[in-house]
Ligand binder design. Structure first.
Ligand code: NIG
Ligand code: FE
Length: 382
């Protein structure tokens, strides 16, 4: 993370054309129209590389049960948890899903998030997953900067209860090809919840390989509630990311580093589930991984749209330095989404610039709980 004293950023046609010390500004730009940053810090906008943005209903009832002692796994085993949200999502209209999505994206944007990865996964059947893609396509047409990930393997669907194998086959052989055929160009990635009691590494591999044949790069829900070998699978497949990783093994870390897989860590989820198993961010960084942070925004394990909470937990619980955590909210998530024009302010970057009225950006973490909002000097539309 470079800090440039008394800087200037040249923007041309929505892109950064030059960044550096104002005293070195090339003469051709000297007469350009200027926007005064008034001594604020200019940073790239945040990129959130893991959200479950669209769903119906909420799970505040379940949350209260957890406060009274029930566990996330117990609630899921009784048919609550993800499946409760699936029921609410299946009965919501595309218009309702899209308008809830728009409100959530607006919340994120206010707090400086300029690009979001968003998953399906609360439909769990062909028609409902298709409706989620329709809502995402609508949000993109409305101008939101989104990457969409297909996640029909988010949980074993109620229609396949007790038969994950048949569900995995339906996803790999029928649903993914049909969803891509119906909604060309909407999804760029594919995800599977590889976890004990959900989909196995073998089932995950077959779903991901089907996705890869359709041009969808893998992002893996890996080693979230226990070790399953999800990180190793991500490395084997050359995945764009492996996400969660609270129970990632040393071999998994080494294989992600060697394969260039971006670990995406979601400390808000560890917090909200009341777990103490923080993902081993330091060991990943020491192994050479380009660690990213994300919100995991979803109604069950992290109903939180606050990027500053994620940044703060990155520093305070994952023990990242401020520079590591800030890079994990900008450059590294953009890398995991294969976007070279986000997460930095070098030439070629999208001019999604934030201004922070602070003496130092470190204060974003230091003033714990403060609800800092950035300004958008170029009033870039979302
Ligand atoms: O990332 N791991 C699976 N999916 C979500 C939880 C979804 C839910 O509880 O609704 C997660 O933690
Ligand atoms: Fe998730």
């Amino acid at each position: 993370m470079d800090r440039i004293p008394d800087p200037a950023v040249v923007v041309l046609g929505g892109r950064v054309a030059w960044t550096g010390r104002r005293s070195l500004l090339p003469p051709e730009w000297v007469g350009a129209r200027t926007v005064d940053g008034r001594g604020c810090w200019a940073t790239p906008g945040f990129v959130d590389p893991h959200t479950h943005l669209l769903f119906g209903g909420d799970r505040s009832g379940e949350f209260n049960r957890r406060l009274h002692g029930a566990t996330y796994a117990e609630i899921a085993a009784e048919g609550g948890g993800i499946l409760e949200t699936v029921r609410a999502t299946r009965t919501a209209s595309v218009a309702d899903l899209a308008s809830a999505g728009e409100a959530r994206l607006a919340e994120l944007h206010l707090r400086g998030v300029v690009h979001v990865e968003a998953k399906t996964g609360y439909g769990l059947d062909l028609e409902s997953e298709s409706r989620l893609l329709e809502a995402y396509a609508f949000l993109r047409r409305a101008g939101w900067s989104l990457d969409v990930t297909l996640l029909p393997g988010h949980e074993v669907a109620p229609e396949f209860a007790g038969d994950a194998e048949a569900n995995a086959r339906a996803i790999a052989e029928d649903w993914l090809p049909e969803l891509v055929r119906r909604h060309p160009g909407v999804a760029a990635f594919c995800d599977v919840f590889v976890e004990k009691g959900v989909f196995s590494v073998d089932q995950g591999r077959r779903i991901f390989q089907s996705g890869q044949a359709l041009g969808l790069a893998p992002r893996v829900h890996a080693d979230e509630l226990g070790w399953t070998g999800g990180a190793e699978l991500a490395a084997e497949l050359g995945a764009a990311s492996a996400d969660h990783l609270m129970f990632c093994s040393e071999a998994g870390i080494a294989s992600m580093a060697a394969a260039g897989v971006t670990p995406v860590l979601l400390p808000g989820t560890t917090l909200f589930l009341g777990m103490r198993d923080w993902a081993p961010a330091r060991r990943m960084i020491e192994a050479g991984c380009a660690v990213a942070l994300a919100s995991d925004f979803n109604p069950g394990s992290c109903p939180c749209l606050d990027p500053l909470l994620v940044l703060r937990l990155g520093c305070l619980q994952l023990r990242m330095t401020f520079e590591e955590a800030f890079t994990a909210m900008t450059l590294h998530p953009a890398r995991s989404l294969r976007r070279r024009d986000l997460g930095h302010l070098h030439p070629g970057a999208r001019a999604a610039i934030l201004l922070w009225d602070l003496a130092d950006p470190l204060e974003l973490v230091y003033w714990l709980g403060a609800d800092f909002r950035p300004e958008f000097p170029l009033a870039e539309e979302p």
